[in-house]
Design a protein around this ligand. Structure first.
Ligand SMILES: [Fe+2]
Ligand SMILES: [Fe+2]
Length: 347
């Protein structure tokens, strides 16, 4: 019976040992062949061995094992699997188990076999593919940020071109972006669209680059013909920005061509009305008038705030989208803050 048990351990690739003193063991069963590969001396049944030299990983396990073997408790504790290399570089996955059974302190060293190696390889592969997924995501983020940076730079450069000649200040242009962003956020737009309108709204008057100086730079009021020429800036801006597959530029197109349309259909250039006017353009229509009236221009002084607000209220539902006007008034304290933070430079 005993020899049957011993040969069973051997056939299971398990080295069965009895602890005889601290760090000393006796081989109880015929050692499996792998012990010959991994030990200096080779093991025989009945021989006394010290395992520390050949299986140094066990040094970290032995203190716990000794506690078990020296206690009155029966039980088992396991050592985490490890990989050991033989002299030819072959890898042997091993596990150890300390047992205290019927007063006998036993140690089992087990070769975990190929299935374990394969399992570990699968885990490793899974880890690597997870890693590369993470890396891929990072790369996508990095490239998206880069494209975004390109779009922002393009937007700023386009604005520089229009600012070159326009009477409107850089601060006005930036405020329009921030007011629009505030409205879009309050409307619950996606982060991407909120960001888009912040960049796109400042381009509303970009078509003014196509307006001749004698009209664009004229101090004082324009006559009817000059007005007609000036109004072409919406159409020109629309033409400049149309046909883009970049959502931010497409939004800028809608704003450029649509920011002088009126809710009642009496605006220009296409006399669109109501929700036929893209919402981004309806937002910019409000904040552009609010900011232009509140600011000094070469042809007019700044209006007092109460007059500006009275005008916006009067135009609710005629010039401006009524719901968006209501939203604008809800956000008025924050709109004022934007004006305070980004004032026009005098002189
Ligand atoms: Fe305009
Ligand atoms: Fe403007």
């Amino acid at each position: 019976m005993k020899s049957t048990l011993q040969s069973l351990f051997s056939s299971m690739d398990i080295l069965l040992l009895e602890r005889i003193a601290e760090g000393r063991f006796r081989v109880l069963a015929p050692p499996p062949t792998w012990t010959g590969k991994l030990t200096q001396t080779g093991f025989k049944v009945g021989s006394e061995v010290s395992l520390s030299e050949d299986f140094f990983v066990l040094d970290t396990f032995f203190p716990d094992a000794e506690d078990l073997w020296n206690s009155s408790k029966e039980g088992t504790i396991n050592c985490d699997p490890w990989i050991q290399c033989d002299e030819e570089g072959q890898e042997w996955p091993l596990a150890a188990r300390a047992i205290h059974s019927n007063g006998k302190p036993l140690l089992l060293l087990e070769h975990l076999g190929e299935s374990y190696t394969r399992q570990q390889q699968m885990h490793q592969l899974a880890r690597e593919s997870m890693l590369s997924k993470d890396e891929l995501e990072l790369e996508v983020h990095r490239r998206t940020a880069l494209i975004r940076k390109g779009e922002e730079e393009l937007a700023h450069r386009l604005l520089d071109v229009s600012n070159w000649r326009d009477e409107e200040t850089g601060a006005h242009i930036r405020r329009i972006g921030l007011y629009s962003e505030l409205m879009a956020k309050a409307l619950g737009w996606s982060l991407q669209d909120v960001d888009n309108i912040r960049l796109a709204a400042p381009m509303h008057d970009i078509g003014k680059v196509g307006i001749p100086d004698y009209v664009l730079l004229k101090p004082g009021r324009l006559d009817a013909e000059e007005r007609r020429i000036m109004e072409r800036h919406a159409y020109i801006g629309g033409e400049m920005l149309k046909g883009s597959e970049i959502p931010m530029i497409e939004m800028a197109h809608q704003i450029a061509i649509g920011h002088h349309e009126k809710w009642n259909g009496k605006g220009y250039p296409n006399q669109l009305s109501g929700s036929d006017i893209p919402i981004a353009a309806r937002i910019v229509a409000i904040v552009d008038v609010y900011d232009a009236l509140s600011s000094e221009r070469v042809y007019k002084p700044a209006w007092p705030e109460d007059e500006v607000l009275a005008y916006l209220r009067k135009e609710r539902g005629s010039h401006f989208d009524p719901e968006l006007i209501d939203l604008f008034f809800e956000l008025l304290p924050e709109m004022r803050n934007i004006r305070l933070l980004l004032p026009d430079k005098k002189g």
